[in-house]
Ligand binder design. Structure first.
Ligand code: FE
Length: 226
């Protein structure tokens, strides 16, 4: 266990593209795998090879300290700082490192894709659950579900509509398939009426789903500063 991206398994989606996955479902851990993991963990702990407290700390970090608030900081910075926005779109891994966000597994990198008036981006991992963990924490259950993974590719507008995100027919929808080498962050559009807001207040508007691309960032009328 590397401690980073530890829930992911290594795979290359391209190498597996001709592989039939219909006989098993990556979104659910089979109970025998869970039992084997438990048995292995107990054995390693008994032999003093792994420290159960250390493992707990890693789990705690991904459940609490690492979360969408980190991605939201990146988005807010890109909204207020044009130079940062350009660096983020040019090299996502380096740009988030500027804000102290690292932890990408060797060989994996972050690509930021920007929503514009004419383009809406949405992220999926069609084979399993590859996700930008250092930026967004643990993926939501629906992201790992077989229906989302298959349907967002076949009918992205329909899936987006189910999240309450209607995309105009004139707007191009781009679906990005994550893999072990590339993780994606959607840079949402900054909502109108937020020109006077601080970077910190802007970050508070940015939710996880907007950074996956299934929702837009919205602002309540009361939050808009004149
Ligand atoms: Fe995956």
């Amino acid at each position: 266990m590397s401690g980073e991206d530890h829930h992911d398994h290594d795979h290359d989606h391209h190498a597996h593209s001709d592989h039939d996955h219909s006989d098993h479902d990556h979104s659910d851990v089979p109970s025998d795998v869970a039992l084997r993991a438990k048995a292995l963990f107990s054995l390693l702990a008994d032999k003093g090879i792994v420290d159960p407290d250390g493992v707990d700390r890693i789990v705690e970090a991904y459940e609490h300290r690492v979360g969408p608030h980190l991605g939201a900081k990146v988005v807010a910075r890109a909204w207020v700082d044009e130079g940062y926005r350009q660096r983020l779109l040019a090299d996502g891994t380096a740009a988030v490192q500027e804000l102290g966000i690292g932890g990408w597994r060797d060989g994996s990198r972050l690509v930021a894709v920007e929503n514009r008036a004419d383009v809406h981006n949405v992220v999926v991992c069609t084979l399993c659950s590859c996700y930008p963990l250092p930026l967004l924490g643990v993926p939501p259950v629906w992201y790992k579900s077989a229906p989302y993974r298959s349907r967002v590719v076949m009918d992205p507008r329909g899936v987006l509509a189910e999240f309450g995100t209607e995309v105009d027919p004139g707007v191009e929808v781009r679906v990005w398939d994550s893999n072990s080498e590339v993780r994606y962050l959607v840079l949402p559009e900054r909502p109108a009426g937020t020109e006077g807001m601080s970077e910190e207040d802007l970050a508070a508007l940015v939710g996880r789903n907007a950074m996956i691309g299934v929702e837009r960032v919205t602002v309540a009328a009361g939050d808009v500063t004149a």
